[in-house]
Design a binder for this molecule. Sequence first.
Ligand code: GRF
Length: 219
Amino acid sequence: MTEAHAPVKLVVLISGRGSNLRAILDAIDAGELSAVVSAVISNRAEAPGLVYARERAIDTLALDARDYPDREAYDQALQGMVDLFHPGLVVLAGFMRILTPGFVRHYAGRLINIHPSLLPEFRGLNTHQRAIEAGADEHGASVHFVTEELDGGPVIAQVHVPVLVEDSPESLAQRVLEQEHHLYVKVIQWIAEGRVTLEDDGPHFDGKPLKTPKQLEAK
Ligand code: GRF
């Protein structure tokens, strides 16, 4: 870890379980990640990840879409909440909402997502089942900068997971999830160190255009 950089302030957006959030917090505790989680925000008040964040004395907020007339109004309120914490990076960790172009533009270059597939394959939902049905022999996860296109922003890094003949969507999802945790921590650390940035011509790594996503070894 490079000590010259102040810890990056993260706001993490979740909708459910929060295992990626937990992996980020564990990595911070272990001194592997130079970051601080300033707040966790969920669109579901009952998200288990919020309970965990509260136990860790992290500020949590829940914002229910039913309280807002439309997507624009929701995202404006969300943006207002996120900006209260002045994050250096906004981390989508299982946040199950499509974000408006205005929101995405506001955080250009400091909004990342993790998706359980080797993008550009299998954008959207049910990726594990779709990978098995397609007969893929490899699956995995990708971390990408978020743009206006769903699961379509430039990919920073990926991790590959073999698909086994006996795999069910659940067993494959479980193995991919373990690798997601390792992948997300790694990419956030690169961003914290200033090694990964989003420039006009796409992502850069160590000051040079990142032409193809970094491929991480599965742990
Ligand atoms: C992960 O599989 C992530 O890739 C996807 O949503 C899931 C969130 O899981 N975007 P968790 O809430 O972090 O456990």
